[in-house]
Design a protein. Sequence first.
Length: 314
Amino acid sequence: MPQFREFGAWILVDGKELEEYDVKTDDSTITCFVPSIVGQTFTIKVKNKYGEKVSFQIMVDGTRVKGLLCCSEREEVIHGIDVTATSYRPLAFGSLNLTDDDDARDGSQWQDLGSIEVRVRRFIQGSQRDSRVKNREQNITNVAIHERSKKAGTHRVTLGEKKKRPVIKLSCVDHIDTLENPYVKIRFLYRPKDILQAQGIIPQISSPLRQSSQKRPGAELEQHGSHPRKLRTGSVKSRGSARTVKNEDDDGHPASQTIVEKEERMKAMMAEVEKMRSELEAERSQVGIKREASPIHVPPPASGKRVFIDLTDD
């Protein structure tokens, strides 16, 4: 969970916090990366340990979609965008709508695409007054971006189906900090996991087989702790027999058992082939198959002269 000064925030999917990567901080901002999957619904949880009530403003892809007041030593959860006092629409990760229209080449409007921000603003205590719920559905759009944009291949935030909830009341206050220059900014940059791995933000995880092959490339000695241990290998037999190499660490392993079974089957098949070959040779000797003479006759060469053989049809 990114925490900065007296504040914290989470991105939750199915009630579990998304793991954050490459967390960095500066004067008033903390930034991190989180993996996103198309279709995943998420919520945003915030925490206030400041000495007084503050205002949390939620920005999605550069657009403000939600504001709420949070008392000191409290946590609040943002489930989605307000539609009415009794309904909202959940937030979800979605795919981009791409176009090759040159009119969409202006990338300045998409510079914040792929970001979720929690901006903390202080306000004058006692300035709180009632307000009306605003429908902010129109703030989330899926306007096409150019296919050659640097954002192509990433995700954006979309809205789920409208849901009912208990009635809520909203308030407005007189802020001390502006939206553009908040007291604290917690910034989540969401990307597909494969892109984060390609950028080196999430480490690549090699498969166990690949790691094993890299550690033991056919060497005679296997290092285990500080004492090398010699591998036990079987002999390589001549044609018609199976080649077996046994590793002490593979005893009882399912893959090792499969290899042994295949070797036994191979031995049985080779024995059957040898048996059929012997029977075939015996039958040939009894029948006495005679080879036909070759239709090509090669005359004996004259001394000192070259011989040319005509193989063309008459």
